[in-house]
Design a protein around this ligand. Structure first.
Ligand code: ATP
Ligand code: MG
Length: 148
C-alpha cells in the first residue's frame, strides 16, 4: 500500500504561490467554499499522475493550467506540482522512504516530469505508479461531475 503524504503546488491554477497540502494517514477531507480550489487540488493530482487530456483537468490546453494572474496580478511562468507518495512498504521497489513525483508545464506548453528530482519520461512515471496500481485515468479518482 501507499498513500499520499503531501501535495505541493505552485503556479498551478488558483495556487499562485507555493502551497503545501499535508495529508494524514487517515481519511482526509478537503473543505472550502465554492471556487476555493478543492477541485483544482484534484486536478493537480491528475496532472502529476500524467493525464494528457487538459480538458479532463478543466483547461482548454495545458498552458491554461498555469496561474493566470486573475484580474490584477502577474501570471506565473510555469505550473509545477509535486506529489509525495509513501514508500515505507517499498511498494515502488526503490529504497527511498518517500517517492516524489513532479510535473511542470511552461507557457509554451512544454513540460517535464521528475522522480525524486531526477528528470524522467512520462512513461517512467506511469510504470512506477503502476507498481502501486495507480492509473491517472483509473476509476479510483472520481472527479466532480463524473457521477450524478
Ligand atoms: P466548487 O465547490 O464550486 O466545486 P471548488 O472549490 O472545486 O468549487 P475550483 O473549481 O477548484 O473550486 O476552483 C475554481 C477557481 O479556480 C475559480 O475561481 C477559477 O478562477 C480559478 N482558476 C482556475 N484556473 C485558474 C488559472 N489558470 N489561474 C488562476 N485561477 C484559476
Ligand atoms: Mg469543485
Amino acid at each position: 500500500m501507499t498513500k499520499i503524504n503531501k501535495i505541493v503546488a505552485s503556479g498551478f491554477k488558483s495556487f499562485a504561490k507555493w502551497t503545501e497540502f499535508p495529508f494524514s494517514g487517515d481519511y482526509n477531507v478537503v473543505l472550502g467554499p465554492n471556487g476555493s480550489g478543492k477541485s483544482n487540488l484534484l486536478d493537480a493530482l491528475c496532472f502529476v499522475l500524467g493525464r494528457t487530456s487538459s480538458k479532463s483537468m478543466r483547461a482548454e490546453k495545458l498552458a491554461h493550467l498555469i496561474y493566470n494572474g486573475g484580474k490584477s496580478k502577474k501570471p506565473a511562468s510555469k505550473a509545477q506540482v509535486s506529489v509525495y507518495f509513501d514508500n515505507a512498504s517499498k511498494i515502488f521497489q526503490r529504497d527511498e522512504p518517500e517517492i516524489k513525483i513532479t510535473r511542470a508545464v511552461k507557457q509554451n506548453g512544454q513540460g517535464v516530469y521528475r522522480i525524486n528530482d531526477e528528470r524522467c519520461t512520462r512513461q517512467q512515471v506511469l510504470d512506477l505508479m503502476s507498481l502501486a496500481k495507480i492509473d491517472p485515468d483509473g476509476h479510483n479518482i472520481i472527479l466532480q461531475g463524473d457521477i450524478v
